[in-house]
Design a protein around this ligand. Structure first.
Ligand SMILES: [Zn+2]
Length: 77
């Protein structure tokens, strides 16, 4: 049975525990899309979905803020 949880954005998401490795991958893909390809946050969310990753706009924005990649580490917040 699939368990769903309500995210902070009010939408329902499949409940899942993400491992550190998976979070790592998500953050890497997020920065690749946003910093590497220059996509908007929303387009980044759509791109992650293509990899089978359900991430809210808020979560993506947080990943971009909390983690820095080689491309954005020197950029001002
Ligand atoms: Zn970045």
């Amino acid at each position: 049975m699939a368990v769903v949880i309500r995210g902070r954005d009010g939408k329902l998401y499949p409940a899942q525990q993400r491992s550190d490795a998976e979070l790592d991958r998500i953050v890497t893909l997020t920065h690749q899309a946003r910093c590497g390809l220059g996509l908007s946050v929303r387009a980044t969310v759509d791109r992650l979905a293509k990899y089978g990753i359900r991430r809210s706009v808020g979560a993506v924005a947080r990943d971009l803020k909390l983690y820095r990649c080689a491309r954005c580490k020197d950029r001002a917040l």
